[in-house]
Every structure is written in structure tokens, then in C-alpha cells.
Design a protein around this ligand. Structure first.
Ligand SMILES: [Zn+2]
Length: 143
């Protein structure tokens, strides 16, 4: 069981002291490897009745809702993916290629500001060409 008396809805942050029940099986999350050892977290989680979302499993501070990986194992591959190719990230973190993509999706959905493009009114795109005769890969490019 996660420490704390208040249960928090993972979707809206609603807090309550009343639990609906306790899940019969422990929830498990994979965390960053500890040297050569694979590290897994386990906890008996409670469920709460949120007025908006109904009966849901309580939020935990170390993992995003619905993820089977800890925040650390989501954040590290997502950060590494901005600096190296996906296959290298998968091998370094000892996760599958698809897991790297899912980690990036979760981090972007949770951490990026949805209003970051407000006020943007113009985007400039530069053409690339190949060979010496200015051939452009897009149809609108110069011949
Ligand atoms: Zn809720």
C-alpha cells in the first residue's frame, strides 16, 4: 500500500479519505535497472470513487496513470530519444523498441504545455536539395 491517508484520482487530482476497496493483486512497475539487476516496484493499491471518473485505482507519485513503467523509466528513454536513435535507446535502457515510443508518447502527453503554440502565426520551412542542379524533393520546390 502506498503511504498516505488520502487517495488521489490519477485523472483529475480529486482527493478523498474514503476507499472503495483494495485491488486483489499487487500492481507492478518496472523501474530503471540497478546495475545488472532488473528492478521492479510492487504495491497493493486502493481504489476510490471519483465523482467525475467513477471507480479508479489511486494515483502513485512514481508512475503515470496506466503505465507499467516508473516515471524514471519513461523519462530517461524519452530524453535519450532526443539525442540518439531509437535502437540505441532501446538497447541502452534494455527495453523494446516499441517501449521507447510509448515512453515518448506518455512524457509528451504529460509534460508538454498544450498552449505552447498559441500566438504562433507563421512557420518558415526551408527546402533541401540534392546534387548540384537544385533538385528539390517536394512538389512545390524549384525545378
Ligand atoms: Zn477523477
Amino acid at each position: 500500500m502506498v503511504a498516505g491517508h488520502r487517495l488521489i484520482c490519477p485523472h483529475c487530482g480529486h482527493k478523498t479519505r474514503f476507499r472503495y476497496d483494495t485491488r486483489p493483486v499487487a500492481s507492478r512497475w518496472r523501474h530503471l535497472d540497478l546495475g545488472p539487476w532488473r528492478l521492479e516496484l510492487a504495491a497493493d493499491l486502493r481504489r476510490l470513487c471519483c465523482p467525475t471518473h467513477g471507480v479508479v485505482v489511486e494515483a502513485v507519485p512514481f508512475a503515470r496513470p496506466g503505465a507499467h513503467r516508473s516515471r524514471g523509466l519513461d523519462d530517461l528513454p524519452a530524453w535519450l530519444a532526443t539525442r540518439m536513435d531509437r535502437s540505441a535507446v532501446a538497447r541502452l535502457c534494455r527495453v523494446s523498441w516499441r517501449t521507447v515510443g510509448r515512453a515518448c508518447e506518455r512524457v509528451v502527453a504529460a509534460e508538454m504545455d498544450p498552449d505552447r503554440l498559441d500566438g504562433l502565426f507563421r512557420i518558415g520551412v526551408d527546402e533541401i536539395s540534392w546534387r548540384k542542379h537544385h533538385k528539390y524533393p517536394t512538389p512545390g520546390g524549384r525545378p
